[in-house]
Design a protein around this ligand. Sequence first.
Ligand code: ATP
Length: 230
Amino acid sequence: MTEITVSAERLSHWFGQGETRKQALFDVSLALPRGSFTVLMGPSGSGKTTVLTLLGCLRAVQAGSVRLLGHELHGAPEPHLVALRRRLGFIFQMHNLHESLTAAQNVIMGLQVHPGVPDATARAAAAQVLGLVGLSDRIDYLPANLSGGQKQRVAVARALVGNPALVLADEPTAALDKDTAAGVVDLLKRMGAARGTTTLLVTHDNRILDRADRILTLEDGRIVKVEDRA
Ligand SMILES: Nc1ncnc2c1ncn2[C@@H]1O[C@H](COP(=O)(O)OP(=O)(O)OP(=O)(O)O)[C@@H](O)[C@H]1O
């Protein structure tokens, strides 16, 4: 049987209170098999980021079910959610690097959620994953001395260094040129194949679509299309 990393069943979500209360998601159901690479598309405001944050334990589930790594998120206590979040990797459009830390130190931040990792081990893990994203020669650079694409690759390295079960990426290639964007996506795909990492990637970027195993399209808070490419 296929192992499912994360699934949603009839997931609905609302923002605001009283008269401004607005439904952002309507009965969204999906299931991401282990190691799969899924793209989530849709117009601005269709609910993509909301789905990502709900699957990633960054928002409380209000209605419906999310099962992440075998655990139900609806009604789960905060310490449970914190523990689950440690098994995820997040990549956002804005790279959010610490400007006062080098590339390696930023990547090591991705390991701080795993207490007790010795410094030398953390440094070696950071160097290895920076090598995977093609930044072996930039390990000790500060973000100010890196290009936009290089900074984004550091952010990818930071998300992957803890060997997450699930990577949630929100427009990770928006700031990148064509070749760098392709490199980042290929890296995420390779990690899926090599480590069984499951990836869900929000994008408007047509260049990524042909690399997806599955493309989900959201419109007005509903999944309106599922295309299997595998
Ligand atoms: N914190 C919030 N408070 C109120 N409404 C929100 C909030 N976050 C999102 N929304 C609304 O929920 C809907 C879905 O937003 P969401 O950010 O998930 O869309 P998106 O598809 O990711 O859009 P984009 O491509 O522009 O990032 C939109 O109508 C948005 O205005």
